[in-house]
Design a protein around this ligand. Structure first.
Ligand code: CMP
Length: 132
């Protein structure tokens, strides 16, 4: 089994979509190993998204991800990283395949409903960041 880290982002939490998104995750065959609802501090958000710190959208990304509650999950499945990225769809919900989480629940590139790890290496780091 491989692991990945999922974050249900503030607008999806605010819109009442936690249950629907977790249902899609379970129906796709993922096991939820750890799950917590929390609000990220500025410091946690900046550390978590450190790889994007030189990007033009970094400031907005940090302001957004700390703007409300998030739900963080450690997921397991065979090929978890690629499988979860297929389930969530493209970064921009407008470009995401139909029936993906971002297509159904995301509203913009920033407010794209969920985060998913982009490699096995980052998945291990991200899981440790929140669950150890
Ligand atoms: P996520 O998977 O959480 O990883 C980094 C996030 O940065 C990404 O999802 C998007 O929400 C956000 N992001 C990426 N590109 C842009 C962009 N051009 N404008 C605003 N936000 C972006």
């Amino acid at each position: 089994m491989n692991k990945t880290l999922a974050i249900i982002k503030p607008e999806a939490v605010e819109d009442g979509n936690i249950g629907a998104i977790l249902k899609m995750i379970e129906e796709d065959g993922f096991k939820i190993i750890h799950l917590k609802k929390t609000t990220l501090s500025q410091e946690q958000a900046e550390n978590f998204y450190e790889v994007h710190k030189e990007k033009a959208f970094f400031k907005n990304l940090i302001a957004y991800i700390t703007s409300g509650s998030v739900v963080i999950a450690q997921l397991e499945k065979e090929n978890a990283v690629s499988s979860f990225r297929r389930l969530i769809g493209a970064t921009n919900p407008a470009e995401a395949d139909k029936n993906t989480i971002r297509k159904l629940y995301g509203t913009s590139k920033e407010k794209n409903a969920v985060h998913g790890s982009d490699s096995d290496e980052n998945a291990a780091k991200e899981v440790n960041f929140f669950f150890n």
